[in-house]
Design a protein around this ligand. Sequence first.
Ligand code: GLN
Length: 442
Amino acid sequence: MSNGIIHSNGNGVPAKSSGPVIPVASRLKDGRALAEDVWSIYNVANLPADCINLGQGYMNFAPPAWVKKAADEALEDVSANHYSHPKGRMRLRKAIKNQYGPLLNRDLDVESEILVTSGANEGMYSVFTAFLNDGDEVIMFEPFFDQYLPSIVFNSGKCVYVPLHPPSESKEGATSNDWTIDLEEVRRAITPRTRMIIVNTPHNPVGKVFTREELEGIAALAKEFNFLVLSDEVYDCLVYDGKEHVRIATFPDMWERTISVYSAGKSFAATGWRVGWLIGPKTLIAPTLAACTRIVFCSNSPLQEAVAGGLEQVKTRHFFETQVKEYEERRDILCAAFDKLGMKYALPQGSYFVLLDISEVVWPDDYNFPKSLDGRGRDFKACWFIAMEVGVSSIPVSEFYCAEHCSIGERFARFAFCKDNETLKKASERLQNLGKYLRKTE
Ligand code: GLN
């Protein structure tokens, strides 16, 4: 007798299989989400307690006291402890308008052109949910921030990779802008299924700040082939040596096809607060809001208030200008250690990462590596070895490449310099011990 729904093999007994009782969705494997990721392998929890963490990019200092004070005040305010409007709290949207309107040359509409998200990651995820149909292609430059890949795959998109070309091995005194793009390669990557390109400037992990000319070339292609530009600018407050951070949304006819992505975590040393925001035209923000509302409904309320309090004060305190100088000093402490070792790197012009060429680092054949590194690139082993023997952790760069191209990334380890000077000086001293593990050249 049947009273409705039966999904078994007919005799009431579920069919037997050798796999887990409840199989997982294939998107987890396709999105590279089942393999242990670099953030877990090189997590402080897995490394010796005294290892200096220059791996995952977060600060070892607190947000500014006046931003924390704004957080304390928000917790005292009953309404700020409850749901916010899915668009974000009005105080924060107004603060974003005041800060970013002049930078984007627009009188931003707080109702339709700004969306507060639970960190930049979730904002980008919502963009993929809003705009990708099954099999739609998203172009990104390789190396790419690893989170893009699963976020696109989970939303049934397809990643298409275009290389950032590293500086030639013989180049002395390279900067991150010696990592170059070839616009013809971008053009060749475009197909009728191309829906979007991700442009990450300043770039994680390279530290490259895309030039006006490079961005103009990308913008011209976006207009010619009519696709969306997802401009990941989460490190926009961290650009060094007087270089200009160019916002692609400000180019002629680009506003209507660009979503710009920002992050309070990077700007205010508050990566765990998970507050970010998107800025774009109503036609792009409204569908993204629809997706975002169904994914998280709204973002963390008190910390939105705190970020608003932060943005309201940055100008009078000259906060971002001071912060850039502090980061330049941090970068220079770390890079001086690499110079002393005679190791190659490209001086980053933005973000807080530097890629060190680790191809000369050697270790004993019988060195005992953990199982989690089986089948992973040479850089995974080098980073592990450096963490264990030298006491400084970093992130292997092949993780920022697709499986087919990961050998390009194996040449590099990424070191984060979002740490106080004392820690960086100590790390620099320890790193000198790397000298004894460098391949001897004739
Ligand atoms: N954006 C940070 C980094 O690249 C953190 C990434 C993460 O933990 N997923 O290090």
